[in-house]
Design a protein around this ligand. Structure first.
Ligand SMILES: *[C@@H]1O[C@H](CO)[C@@H](O)[C@H](O)[C@H]1NC(C)=O
Ligand SMILES: *[C@@H]1O[C@H](CO)[C@@H](O)[C@H](O)[C@H]1NC(C)=O
Ligand SMILES: *[C@@H]1O[C@H](CO)[C@@H](O)[C@H](O)[C@H]1NC(C)=O
Ligand SMILES: *[C@@H]1O[C@H](CO)[C@@H](O)[C@H](O)[C@H]1NC(C)=O
Ligand SMILES: *[C@@H]1O[C@H](CO)[C@@H](O)[C@H](O)[C@H]1NC(C)=O
Ligand SMILES: *[C@@H]1O[C@H](CO)[C@@H](O)[C@H](O)[C@H]1NC(C)=O
Ligand SMILES: *[C@@H]1O[C@H](CO)[C@@H](O)[C@H](O)[C@H]1NC(C)=O
Length: 521
């Protein structure tokens, strides 16, 4: 009894820990998804109490029109787009260029901070995306360097130079004729990749011009910006007449986020308030923030922090952080353009694509399916001691004169009606016989010289029997039924079944409607 109570208590404790770790999802009543202005705010993000995962609460500033979605404690990062698929947010850094505070200029140097999420932030949910941003410096004969915020180690930097004789009619940003991409030429501006993603950086700025000949010719600024942004606005950013407004122009940046993010503690340094423990994908699925049953968990580890992100499985789309109908949903590939050019069947997490009956080839390609010349009519050939008995069942021939399309449908129908599938299945156990059992219509036509009158052996109310010579020179009788009598077909199949099961046994299949021929015919 006591043990039971203890176990129960442990369970209760565990489940309250789950809520903290994200297993619980948003509180009831949270809008799914929420919006701020025209920005969609999907879970794990939230702008209301209890509606986000820890570390993902944002502020929706309703005092502005349209409202602004803000990140961080100083309101300088305004989120314009949240991507669950890429685990990124795009934000406008409304602070603009880094404020080089103690650079009084013209002077030797100054320094500042790219505040990002606020100076000294220990929050590791977001870091600057290495892949999507770059470091940009403008000015004449200046050097900018980017440093780790907390240790002062230099990460990267670049210098921008101007000659006194430069005429500013020359393009500072050169257009690459090969691919049309503009890049900063190094005159008046420079840009470089940021190889280490952090929530904030220190910045140093140096005047490399001892004579200050170029002072004031260009706006001097250091920026952390989304790749490609500067090149698209360089003309404006290098316009000195625009004054301070240039330095205060909002700059787009891309941040990467992760769930249960924990700062990596380097050996020998003191631990920030990391909360400890593993922050990669939880072993216990119930504790995972990946709540959709069609989601997978992916570890995130960089040189700053560890954590994880959730993704919908292949073939699913939606929000992996939500359970049930709000979570990842099957993609109906058949409704998407260009996925399948044949017969498309959507399945859970995937789809099937085939060429139509009677065609073969590549159904994933436009016009990839080619009509097969072999019909799928059924001819039944049954070997017997002296000769071969072949019965062509079905009124397929009648359909031949009708349009191609209808013909295929009919063939299919008769194949089914005449127990073609059963026969196929039966014969699949004996590949050798099977090969001779199901004969394409074209071959039957060839064997009877297109059902020539001279090949007619006889006939009755139910159909006509022709003499046929197969390509392997076997002489056979082929019955073209006017009416397929279901009972006859069933009996025939049954006989065949016995025969297949006892291939050595004598085979007498002489029944009404079925003819037996010997070689001399
Ligand atoms: C949101 O609105 C702003 C201006 O109000 C516009 O510039 C922006 O393109 C809009 N974003 C989306 C995703 O519609
Ligand atoms: C997020 O929630 C924490 C704890 O409730 C709070 O201290 C912080 O100010 C919130 N941040 C934002 C941007 O609302
Ligand atoms: C996600 O990343 C891909 C590849 O980098 C990009 O093409 C796409 O636009 C991104 N989507 C969003 C919403 O950021
Ligand atoms: C830059 O920093 C200085 C000193 O911290 C401050 O006085 C000034 O207002 C800041 N400028 C801007 C544009 O924020
Ligand atoms: C365009 O060409 C330049 C020079 O070859 C190259 O550095 C740059 O990466 C190219 N840009 C793209 C988008 O391919
Ligand atoms: C960040 O962590 C460091 C080291 O633990 C601490 O000194 C600092 O006060 C923290 N900063 C904030 C804003 O919590
Ligand atoms: C932490 O990670 C280690 C290996 O990286 C693993 O063996 C252990 O089970 C994890 N612990 C938790 C609580 O996830």
């Amino acid at each position: 009894m006591i043990i039971l109570a203890a176990a129960l208590l442990l369970m209760l404790q565990l489940s309250s820990a789950d809520a903290q770790l994200g297993g619980a999802g948003p509180a009831p009543g949270c809008p799914i998804p929420d919006t701020c202005g025209n920005v969609t705010v999907p879970y794990p993000f939230g702008i209301r109490a209890g509606c986000s995962l820890p570390g993902f609460n944002l502020t929706c500033d309703q005092t502005r029109h349209p409202p602004r979605l803000l990140l961080g404690d100083d309101g300088t990062l305004e989120i314009v787009e949240i991507s669950l698929v890429n685990s990124t947010v795009r934000a406008m850094d409304v602070a603009g260029a880094v404020n080089i505070s103690n650079y009084v200029g013209p002077g030797p140097e100054g320094s500042g901070t790219w505040r990002g999420l606020g100076s000294g932030s220990n929050d590791s949910t977001y870091i600057l995306s290495e892949q999507h941003n770059q470091f940009v410096v403008t000015g004449c004969n200046v050097q900018g360097t980017l440093l780790l915020g907390d240790s002062g180690n230099i990460i990267t930097g670049c210098s921008s130079f101007c000659s006194i004789r430069d005429t500013w009619t020359d393009p500072v940003v050169s257009n690459d004729p090969r691919n049309g991409t503009a890049t900063c030429s190094g005159i008046g501006c420079c840009e470089t990749a940021i190889p280490i993603g952090r929530p904030s950086y220190s910045v140093q700025f140096k005047d490399l011009d001892p004579n200050h000949e170029n002072d004031g010719r260009l706006p001097m600024a250091v920026r952390v910006a989304e790749r490609g942004w500067f090149d698209s606005v360089a003309t404006h950013m290098l316009d000195n007449s625009a004054g301070n407004s240039v330095l205060q122009t909002a700059v787009p940046v891309v941040l990467e986020w992760a769930v249960a993010s924990t700062r990596i503690v380097l050996p020998g340094t003191t631990s920030p308030d990391s909360g400890g423990g593993n922050s990669s994908c939880p072993v216990d699925a119930a504790r995972s923030a990946c709540r959709s049953s069609h989601s997978t968990c992916h570890n995130v580890a960089d040189n700053y922090r560890t954590g994880y992100v959730c993704r919908c499985k292949d073939g699913y789309d939606g929000n992996p952080y939500l359970a049930g109908d709000d979570g990842c949903q099957d993609i109906n590939e058949c409704a998407l353009r260009g996925k399948c050019f044949g017969v498309c069947t959507n399945t859970a997490g995937s789809y099937e694509c085939r060429c139509r009956r009677g065609a073969r080839g590549n159904p994933y390609m436009e016009d990839g399916c080619i009509k097969s010349s072999l019909g799928l009519s059924v001819g039944l050939g049954v070997g017997s001691g002296a000769g071969l008995l072949v019965v062509a069942l079905g009124a397929t021939f009648a359909a031949r004169r009708i349009k191609h399309q209808r013909e295929r449908v009919l063939k299919q129908k008769f194949f089914k009606k005449n127990r073609g599938h059963l026969l196929q299945q039966l014969l699949s156990q004996n590949a050798d016989i099977a090969e001779r059992m199901i004969i394409p219509l074209v071959e039957l036509e060839k064997a009877t010289n297109n059902f020539d009158k001279t090949r007619k052996l006889g006939g009755g109310g139910h159909g006509i029997v022709y003499k046929g010579i197969l390509s392997d020179l076997h002489v056979v009788a082929i019955k073209k039924s006017k009416v397929a009598i279901q009972r006859e077909i069933d009996e025939f199949i049954n006989e065949l079944k016995c025969q297949t099961l006892e291939p050595q046994g004598a085979f007498h299949l002489i029944k009404q409607g079925l003819l037996r021929l010997s070689k001399e015919h």
